[in-house]
Design a protein around this ligand. Structure first.
Ligand code: SAH
Length: 261
């Protein structure tokens, strides 16, 4: 049978326990910002994992397979781009800004093709006519499809841009398409994740990459390795088509796989 004394002792214990819990909650709300609840952390972790999975898929399949992948579930494209922007926000400088600056310093009459445009930031930032291509279009200005086969006429644009978009294992086909649509002397701008072209970390030899692009029919104008996260190349399309096309030794570009944080 419970005595008055034991009831009092139990009551005191309960009050102490409640007090401890309140203390814990008070401490938590002081040290953690309001948006960092357990549920939100779990959601962020899940969508981070989802982003990494889609990213890996895009780097290990062809452009056509990537198109089918997003056709089956176009919402994956938004998951990918939310994760992509989260990654980019940690880069000290974004290559797309360098490319926009380059365009802004030139004539707005140059027509541009942005291959793998993402959220079409280039088109939104310059006065030029920009044809923006990506696998999915959430924007009336973006043309959806695999960029190895665009709707552009041959020799019709002045500038072709690949900003972190040489993702498919058949990336030479994307560059061949750029070669087709560029006018003679037209510009080819390529920004790529540095580790993909760093032999010290298992990436491709940048000189082999440059050689292959030149064999396709371009002249190298500049290479910029000064940025910590990306490399930037400028080429121009040669005036005269290459008469005898030999087999080009394209180096494999290492997939850019993001680590779990
Ligand atoms: N250039 C943009 C986005 C880079 S993310 C920027 O710098 O902000 C790379 C983009 O390339 C993604 O949006 C991806 O969907 C696109 N992409 C990859 N392979 C493609 C293909 N075969 N055809 C069209 N777009 C492709």
């Amino acid at each position: 049978m419970e005595t008055q004394r034991s009831r009092n002792r139990k009551g005191a214990k309960r009050r102490r326990a409640q007090g401890n819990e309140q203390n814990r909650d008070a401490k938590k709300s002081k040290s953690e910002p309001p948006g960092s609840s357990f549920l939100e952390k779990m959601k962020a972790r899940l969508s981070g994992g989802h982003f990494r999975m889609i990213n890996e898929k895009l780097y290990t399949c062809t452009g056509e397979e990537a198109l089918d992948y997003f056709k089956e579930d176009p919402s994956l494209f938004n998951v990918y781009h939310a994760g992509y922007q989260a990654q980019m926000s940690q880069w000290p400088e974004q290559p797309v800004h360098k490319i926009i600056e380059w365009l802004q310093a030139r004539s707005p009459s140059l027509t541009v093709a942005d291959f793998g445009c993402g959220d079409a930031r280039v088109a939104k930032s310059v006065k030029n006519k920009v044809f923006s291509f990506d696998l999915v279009s959430n924007d009336p200005d973006v043309i959806a499809g695999d960029m190895s086969n665009t709707c552009l006429d041959s020799s019709s644009v002045d500038v072709a841009i690949f900003c972190l978009s040489l993702m498919g294992v058949n990336y030479p086909n994307f560059l061949k398409e750029a070669y087709r649509v560029l006018k003679p002397s037209g510009w080819l701008l390529i920004a790529e994740v540095k580790s993909r072209l760093d032999p010290k970390t298992g990436g491709a030899d940048p000189n082999k990459f440059i050689k292959a692009v030149c064999e396709l029919g371009f002249t190298q104008v500049s290479k910029d390795f000064t940025n910590k996260m990306f490399v930037l190349f400028h080429f121009t399309k040669q005036e005269k088509p290459i008469s005898k096309r030999k087999e080009i030794a394209w180096p494999e570009l290492k997939p850019c796989i993001y680590k779990r944080r």
